[in-house]
Design a protein around this ligand. Structure first.
Ligand SMILES: Nc1ncnc2c1ncn2[C@@H]1O[C@H](COP(=O)(O)OP(=O)(O)O)[C@@H](O)[C@H]1O
Ligand SMILES: [Mg+2]
Length: 299
């Protein structure tokens, strides 16, 4: 197969692993840098040009690994690949949706999937009520487009919550307010979903004195045992988001597991290290199987 890895940095662990796994399987994989692509969207055959003037030949499959800061341009390029008929491991619409935490939670809640009690408001006039709505302090205030734990704040008192919310609002930042799952004690679970299966799971434990389990915040990854309920939940969540590959983050609360967020380009380094599972090859496997299915249907 001819495969494109659509991403920004070929040196990243995840990207190196995906290239390696595809080559080991005998595929022809090329690294396509998002920023080097430009497009002719008026041509009768949608074209993708590459810096220097080359017109990219059609790929059988595209593996998108679009970093949050490139979402707009990256999904535009991916749409062009999709319009050419390439199989996209994750589609542009699904990736776009997954980048908005509020939209993600609305989709999950619409499917009856458990999430922490969450509120969203536009005006500071509603702040006091918003705090009451999620059960009062301690509570979490979260930037809608934050990543790596940056933009997730714990407010210990109602007064502090009110100040933080109104400060974000005055800066025109979009935030959501969420009940704090204290009993998780700084631990959460990353479930790696491919297709309709959880293929690997790790627990992330926050560093001493920190409530955020993100590796970037000093958290550590450990091999984890997950329950059948958590497994089902993660698969249902990826399906609701229409993602074929997803990192689903689950937190364990007193009233059962809840989904915190879903990542459409989940990193491989931490979880391959913790689980010793070759997730990159499983991603290639999935493409092979599904492209075969696609050709069967059309032939
Ligand atoms: N409602 C919550 N209760 C307890 N801990 C939370 C809650 N929301 C987030 N966290 C902690 O903060 C971390 C980062 O939050 P998350 O929503 O995943 O944002 P980010 O996109 O920045 O990773 C989570 O991994 C979890 O450890
Ligand atoms: Mg997270």
């Amino acid at each position: 197969m001819r495969i494109a890895l659509l991403a920004s940095n070929p040196k990243l662990y995840s990207n190196r692993r995906i290239m390696e796994a595809a080559r080991e399987r005998g595929h022809d994989i090329e690294f396509v840098a998002i920023k080097n692509c430009y497009m002719d969207i008026t041509a009768s055959n949608p074209e993708i040009h590459y810096r220097g003037g080359e017109i990219l030949e059609q790929y059988d499959a595209v593996i998108p690994r679009i970093r949050p800061s490139s979402t707009y341009y990256g999904t535009a390029v991916l749409r062009q690949f999709a319009a050419q008929g390439s199989y996209c491991l994750n589609g542009p619409v699904a990736i776009g949706r997954s980048r908005d935490k509020l939209r993600t939670l609305q989709i999950l809640s619409g499917k009856g999937i458990n999430i922490p009690k969450t509120g969203f408001a536009d005006s500071p006039q509603d702040t006091k009520d918003l705090i009451k709505m999620v059960g009062g302090a301690p509570l979490i205030v979260k930037l809608l487009e934050g990543t790596q734990g940056i933009g997730v704040v714990l407010a210990e008192t109602n007064k502090a919550a009110e100040s933080v919310i109104n400060a974000f609002k005055s800066m025109k930042a979009q935030i959501l307010v969420q009940e704090f799952i204290k009993e998780a004690k700084g631990s959460d679970f990353r479930l790696f979903v491919i297709g309709d299966k959880v293929v690997g799971a790790m627990e992330r434990r926050a560093a001493e004195g920190e409530f955020r389990a993100n590796i970037h915040m000093g958290g550590t990854g450990h091999k984890a045992k997950i329950t059948p309920e958590e497994r089902r939940m993660a698969v249902a969540a990826a399906k609701a988001m229409e993602l074929r590959v997803a990192g689903v983050d689950i937190i364990r609360s007193e009233s059962g597991p809840m989904i915190l967020e879903i990542n459409s380009s989940p990193g491989l380094e931490g979880i391959e290290g913790a689980t010793k599972i070759d997730l990159a090859t499983l991603m290639i496997d999935h493409i092979e199987k599904n492209i075969k299915k696609k050709t069967k249907v059309s032939s």
